[in-house]
Design a protein around this ligand. Sequence first.
Ligand code: NAP
Length: 299
Amino acid sequence: MSRVLRVLVTGRDGQLGRALLEAVPEGVEAIGSGRAELDLADPEACRRAVALHRPDWVLNAGAYTAVDRSESEPEQARAVNAGAPAAFAEALAESGGRLLQVSTDFVFDGSQGHPYAPDQPLAPLGVYGGSKAEGERLAIEHLGADRTCVLRTSWVYGPVGANFCLTMLRLHRLRAEAGQPLGVVADQVGCPTATAGLAAACWAAITRGVTGRHHWSDAGAASWYDFAMAIGELGAAAGLLQRPAEVVPIATSDYPTPARRPAYSLLDCRTTRTALDLPPRHWRAALADVLARVPVPAT
Ligand SMILES: NC(=O)c1ccc[n+]([C@@H]2O[C@H](COP(=O)([O-])OP(=O)(O)OC[C@H]3O[C@@H](n4cnc5c(N)ncnc54)[C@H](OP(=O)(O)O)[C@@H]3O)[C@@H](O)[C@H]2O)c1
């Protein structure tokens, strides 16, 4: 009989953390850790957690994810997004474990115009992407690429948490009632990724012992405008909206934000899908599944 794998999952209360803990595979003992148990900004606490739990893997799903706020709080973003993976990697190098570091499409600048391969050079545009890129680099530097899995993903959303899909459902409702259009950015292209599929990819990486740099998103491509349109259409079909609002395409320059975002951040997931033996699933199909899990609002 094969041994049970002990996995310390950080970010337990985040979108991905919750999906991970709902889908722990057979043969894995998951130890979920939230902010109350472990402050990811404290490297000594990260090292102590490894010494205490002696995990076979740390699955670092916790992160400072406030992209715009990070521009005014760079030290906090770096402490969590670079400091924690560095500290986990140092401790795991001693204890003999491995690290799955979840990372982001924001490590690329988006100027390429075709999907990014996992081994391409990084060029983040802002503090958040920069801190995640530093986390990747430090993890591999301390633990080695053969004991670190960097799994980059994009546009993460699920049935709970703070995300674009749930925000759009609320805005569709408000704007449709008020008879006002909803302007959504149409010149940034990427791919939405549902937490359930991303969690399955993380667990497959761990149970298969996949390391190195990898990319995971749902399949297809979309602008935020396309995604908002589909949320309206499928949200109405799922009974979450009486009717969608009119969605109008706007330019990034019409919706200024503190952080610059990549204009095109599709991730080439082909080698990762093969390594994980997981088939592609189109983002619209995944969106329908997520919407089926969102509670219908009381009218
Ligand atoms: N969301 C996206 O669109 C997206 C896109 C690409 C990649 N990613 C990556 O995917 C991973 C999962 O993201 P997600 O969407 O699940 O993020 P999330 O919902 O924001 O969850 C992140 C979790 O990390 C926790 N956290 C933040 N600072 C902490 C600290 N100092 N100590 C302990 N816990 C702390 C948060 O706790 P609090 O709630 O208490 O702050 C939260 O539970 C992250 O690595 C992220 O960088 C996300």
